[in-house]
Design a protein around this ligand. Structure first.
Ligand SMILES: [Zn+2]
Ligand SMILES: [Zn+2]
Length: 177
């Protein structure tokens, strides 16, 4: 959805839009939307600067960083983002050597703010940087890929073949350990 800048006032206009889960492509490994994303807020304009404030509510499926078990959880993100026209951003960047990101500003093009892109970015920002299915997740066995939360796999019983043990010792000697 695009929010036309022309119609905005300093007082702010309410906006509301619901994205279907498949419309919001996060392009993030280990996270995807599993429910609609409802975006609502208010858009105001001061000079050429547009400010969008509001909230996004959805539900995400996250994969555990260690064992890849999926988990659904609700996600609510509040945003307060200001946009300046693309042209103005270019000028500023040249003259003052400031990037829009440094000013916490985004840019809009063609007289409208792209709500789709804002929603996607804000959801990404709202994701936890690290996610474990549980604090003490044991992860997967490096050898056989078994989920160690379900119990030890046979690799873990750990009886090293005596011939390999001898070889390991020899290697240590060679390396002077
Ligand atoms: Zn896990
Ligand atoms: Zn194993």
């Amino acid at each position: 959805m695009r929010i036309e800048v022309e119609n905005l006032t300093a007082a702010g206009e309410p906006f509301e839009h619901t994205y279907r889960a498949e419309e919001v492509e996060l392009e993030e490994e280990g996270a995807r939307l599993v429910a609609d994303a409802a975006v609502r807020g208010s858009a105001s304009k001061k000079g050429e600067t547009v400010r969008l404030r509001g909230e996004i509510r959805t539900e995400v499926e996250l994969l555990c960083d260690r064992c890849a078990a999926p988990e659904r959880r609700p996600l609510a993100v509040e945003f307060d983002t200001s946009f300046i026209p693309q042209e103005a951003e270019a000028v500023k960047t040249e003259n003052v050597e400031l990037q829009a990101e440094d000013l916490l500003l985004s840019a809009y093009e063609g007289g409208a703010v792209d709500l789709d892109e804002l929603a996607r970015e804000q959801i990404l920002l709202g994701l936890p940087s690290r996610h474990l299915c549980r604090e003490d997740c044991k992860g997967l066995c490096q050898k056989c890929g078994a989920n160690l939360n379900a119990g030890a796999c046979s690799c873990e019983q750990g009886e090293v073949d005596p011939r390999w043990a001898a070889l390991a010792d020899l290697k240590k000697q060679v390396n002077g350990e």
